[in-house]
Ligand binder design. Structure first.
Ligand code: ARG
Length: 604
């Protein structure tokens, strides 16, 4: 999608060595690609056996130096040392490359600070401020243009606990939705509610005994849970309750309107409450579906096909699909009384989603506890030879231990949100002077606390288990969500504190050549890598890569804060250049935080 920012806001000076267009690169959105192309072009000149396409693949971001090239990747007959000699002997510095060195099998490239600084800041500024959408486009790419992805996440069960596993799915899923959007995909965020199954027969029986319309209107999720807990206890003692519940659910499955009316209301009121809680988390869904929405026909069709394929076995009246050949055991696909189950609904559900959305990809964000279940239904869809079966992807994650509130175990999402906000609020109150200056202390506390929960959740590899600790989540020290918010607030204060430097001149008149200190270069180099971080994250679906980037940037900014002053220096042009750099850094930090579903704060 062309934007004003990409089209007009950013230009490479015409007196620079002209660069060829190279497939897979996008210097208009990712100016570091311009340096990579410049290096590749030089490599082709020095090693004529190479093509530019091959050369560019070898140019990576460096660890110490700016860029590096692992010579063996080119599979050329000469030894790395010989190749390096050839390249180095051909080298002449220009606007794109300042120096080339050689270490082991690697070539190491340094680019001129003046070019890096000018181009990166220009691009950040252009894509942040002139996009026609009004949203920053820095860090975005177009690799998903024209493609559609369904991302299914959160998917709690009505009338049951919203546990930390659901919270992780919500956080990771919302991040992935942002990530795919930033990469040009059309994203459908889908919530697949556990709104069907025998427990609804139980709730129906329980509702007659313990239900209250008034309580339901107040907080459907809590009330249905209470009813469920009570009737469940009854059912433990009295088998007739279970039988009654099973009979009721059977009527629901048969579509008896009298059995469905209440259920429909429970569902609607629960969704309403969920939407409200999700909103506080900055999470939004395009579609609320659920197990109840999967039609009987598609499940029957799937069963019939599996039976014809000869992989259905019967056991005491129940039907099982035999997946032992794939080391995926046997799994029940239909119960003895003919009612459907979770697995079959996932099979039929995927078929219906393809019919409706013709997705290019569908991602399920589900706990690793359900790895077997997911493998089973993916395998069944493959066996049914759907061409789209290989477009499904499971993004799994490990367990969280120990999330509880001071009152006890967490059962509902709003308990987590409330507890987080109030713990943070108390902490903020301890600093009376500061507290007096916060405009909306409660909302601010909640936002900082939620940042803490989200960042802790996304800090490590998804698959790792972790133990939840409030004091760590809510600390302003160390790599925490509150620390990121603090860093963002601190840089945001720069315009308030230095009004005499405003308004800044237009970018072309800001003297970026005055940004000579290594601390500035560190910040600017990091800013330049952000679009690359976004694109890499798309491959592994690891939010931790963006979290790591955000912390590195926040640390680089904090390391510059004392030595690279804006206030009280005589040279106004220098002060303005520094302020501009800090503001660009603020924009990119904010951009990374938004990608992680945080709302960057301006004050706290
Ligand atoms: N509601 C399920 C649970 O809480 C999660 C649903 C995951 N999605 C799916 N398509 N099976 O365990």
């Amino acid at each position: 999608s062309p934007t004003r920012g990409v089209a007009d806001g950013f230009k490479i000076p015409t007196h620079f060595r002209a660069l060829p267009e190279v497939p897979g690169t996008d210097p208009k959105r990712r100016v570091m690609d311009a340096f990579r192309i410049a290096i590749a072009q030089f490599l082709v000149e020095a090693l004529p056996e190479l093509t530019i396409e091959k050369a560019i693949e070898g140019v990576d971001y460096g660890r110490k130096e700016d860029f590096m090239v692992a010579l063996p990747r080119f599979r050329l007959p000469e030894k790395p040392a010989e190749l390096a000699q050839k390249v180095i002997s051909k080298f002449k510095p220009d606007e794109w490359i300042e120096a080339v060195g050689h270490e082991g099998i690697h070539l190491l490239f340094v680019v001129p600070t003046a070019t890096l600084t000018r181009l990166v800041l220009d691009q950040v500024h252009a894509l942040t401020h002139s996009a026609s959408s009004g949203e920053s486009e820095y860090g975005t790419n177009t690799t998903g243009a024209g493609k559609r992805v369904i991302i299914e996440y959160s998917s709690p069960n009505i009338a049951k606990q919203f546990h930390v596993g659901h919270l992780r799915s919500t956080i990771i899923g919302a991040f992935l939705a942002n990530l795919y959007k930033a990469s040009g995909w059309e994203v459908i965020s889908m919530n697949y509610l556990g709104d069907w199954g025998t427990q609804f027969g139980l709730i129906a029986v329980g509702f007659n005994k313990y239900g209250s319309r008034e309580e339901l209107e107040k907080d459907a999720i809590k009330h249905l849970f209470d009813v469920y807990v009570k009737i469940n206890a009854d059912a433990e003692k009295d088998p007739s309750v279970k039988a009654e519940a099973a009979a009721f659910f059977k009527r629901m499955e048969d579509g008896a309107e009298t059995a469905l009316a209440d259920w429909r209301m429970w569902r609607e009121l629960s969704v309403k409450k969920y939407e409200h809680d999700y909103d506080r988390l900055n999470v939004h869904f395009d579609a609320y579906t659920g197990e109840s929405q999967v039609s009987k026909q598609s499940q029957d069709a799937a069963l019939t096909q599996l039976e014809q394929m000869g992989i259905i076995e019967e056991n005491e009246g129940a039907k099982l699909v035999n997946l032992t050949k794939y080391k995926l055991e046997r799994a029940v696909v239909r119960k003895k009384d003919g009612t459907s189950i979770y697995l079959t609904r996932d099979i039929g559900g995927a078929m219906e989603r393809y019919e409706k959305y013709k997705f290019d990809k569908m991602i399920y964000v589900i706990s690793s506890q359900q790895d077997l279940h997911v493998k089973q239904f993916f395998q069944v869809l493959k066996l049914m030879s759907f061409a789209w079966a290989d477009r499904l992807e499971h993004v799994n994650y490990g367990l969280v231990q120990g999330m509880s509130t001071r009152k006890g175990t967490v059962v509902f999402l709003d308990q987590i949100i409330k507890e987080a906000g109030s713990v943070m609020h108390e902490q903020m109150r301890k600093n009376e002077d500061k507290y007096a200056n916060v405009e909306e202390p409660e909302a601010t506390a909640e936002e900082i606390a939620l940042s803490g929960i989200k960042i802790q959740d996304m800090s490590a590899k998804r698959i790792n288990n972790y133990t939840f600790k409030w004091d760590r989540v809510l600390s302003f020290e160390g790599d925490t969500g509150p620390y990121l918010q603090y860093a963002h607030v601190r840089i945001s204060s720069i315009t308030r504190k230095n009004p005499e430097l405003l308004p800044l001149p237009p970018p072309s008149e800001i003297k970026t050549e005055l940004l000579t200190e290594p601390q500035c270069r560190d910040i600017i180099y990091l800013l330049g890598t952000y679009p690359h971080v976004v694109q890499m994250t798309l491959k592994k679906h690891e939010p931790s890569e963006v979290v790591t980037f955000a912390f590195r940037l926040a640390h680089a900014i904090m390391a510059a804060w004392q030595p690279i002053l804006v206030k009280g220096i005589d040279d106004t042009a220098k002060a303005q250049a520094r302020m501009w750099m800090y503001l660009c850094a603020r924009d990119v930090l904010g951009q990374a935080m938004r990608l992680l579903t945080l709302k960057p704060l301006e004050r706290m």
